[in-house]
Design a protein around this ligand. Structure first.
Ligand SMILES: Cc1cc2nc3c(=O)[nH]c(=O)nc-3n(C[C@H](O)[C@H](O)[C@H](O)COP(=O)(O)O)c2cc1C
Length: 340
């Protein structure tokens, strides 16, 4: 089947599937494994630590595959940010993906470079703003995904369906996607492609420890702690305080406090329970105490997409399973529906 969408046309890739950004593990080897399948690999600039390191990663990735890839630069979170952009411009990468905080400061330079620009945002407003600044496509991440949360963020499928008529540029759906049904579901809701974080982490090529991969295989999406962790947005007061601290401490120190507020690590019980109770019915740890068979949630960074992972496979197998599975569903549906 021809998987042509506005995203495959924009990036000149075979499948409308993108690798997510992974601070620390978004290496050229991992990105090459993804790009070789016909999906789009992603180099995460912060993984290379320096602009020189990023340049080397880009060159190695290019030697490994001629297929397109993106470079993620997470604004406000990635070190040496100006140098990272320069490295991308000089290497004339196929696409730059900005994420994190507002991209306004860099918009003009990205537009002038002529490089395809994708911005990842957590809300429809941020995506519309990026479109106005000149982004060629947007990744819209819903609450179902792993990562920093925004107080106005919606669940993935609500976000996509709501955003689709409001945006003109292609939309890539992110958050909790990882099987043929969620792949097709996102496209039917109006997305032009999907974005995989968790689903790619339990692959053989992902440079994560085997222990974490096994935890992802074991994990269930309906664990109360995971539900609480993913769906509860940060407390506005704590979020405002951590933002104020940005220029007073080192980036590393600040990121730790930011993660604590945004990801509610290391233990969400630190978070004011009265606030949580307003947001969710019940409290995860109390439920675990009442039903000890639930146990604590397996450790590791992952989202509801853990529910689609039952073994550690190769990147190629994952992409093939997604594509073939989706094609089978489409075939079955087209027979059932007897389209005119
Ligand atoms: C280990 C890990 C590191 C991540 N690092 C970044 C990052 O540096 N920049 C970024 O924009 N997103 C980062 N993300 C978020 C993912 O790119 C993606 O938005 C998210 O995983 C999508 O949700 P999913 O896991 O349900 O697919 C990270 C996710 C994980 C799991």
């Amino acid at each position: 089947m021809n998987w042509r969408t506005r995203l495959t046309e924009l990036l000149d890739c075979k499948y409308p599937i993108m690798e997510g950004a992974f601070a620390g593990i978004g290496t050229w080897e991992f990105a090459a494994a993804v790009s070789k399948t016909g999906a789009v690999g992603c180099l995460t600039a912060s993984t290379s630590k320096t602009p020189e390191g990023l340049r080397e990663e880009i060159q190695k990735l290019r030697k490994a595959t001629k297929n397109p890839f993106t470079v993620n630069i997470s604004i406000g979170l990635c070190p040496h940010i100006d140098g990272m952009f320069e490295a991308c411009f000089e290497e004339d990468v196929p696409a730059i993906e900005t994420a994190g905080f507002r991209p306004d400061e860099y918009a003009e330079r990205i537009n002038e470079s002529g490089i395809t620009w994708i911005h990842k945002g957590a809300t429809v407003e941020f995506c519309k703003h990026a479109e106005k600044l000149g982004a060629d496509a947007v990744v819209l991440v819903g609450l179902d995904g792993y990562g920093f949360k925004n107080i106005k963020q919606l669940p993935t499928f609500t976000s996509i369906a709501w955003a689709a008529p409001q945006l003109n540029v292609p939309i890539i759906a992110a958050g909790g996607i990882g099987d043929p049904r969620t792949f097709l579901g996102a496209l039917f809701l109006g997305a032009d492609g999907i974005y995989l974080g968790t689903a790619l982490m339990a692959t053989k090529e992902c440079p994560l420890s085997d222990k974490i991969k096994e935890n992802i295989v074991k994990a269930q999406p309906n664990h109360p702690d995971l539900i609480r962790e993913l769906l509860a947005p940060p407390i506005p007061k704590d979020f405002a305080e951590v933002l104020k601290k940005r220029d007073t401490v080192s980036l590393e120190e600040w990121l730790i406090s930011m993660e604590k507020v945004m990801l509610k690590h290391p233990d969400w019980k630190d978070v004011d329970p009265t606030y949580i109770q307003q947001l969710l019915i019940g409290r995860g740890s109390e439920i675990v105490e009442l039903f000890p068979s639930l146990g604590t949630r397996p450790k590791g960074p992952f989202s509801f997409a853990c529910g689609y992972i039952d073994r550690i496979i190769t990147v190629k197998e994952l992409i093939e399973n997604l594509v073939k599975g989706a094609e089978e569903i489409l075939k079955r549906k087209s027979e059932e529906w007897e389209l005119p």
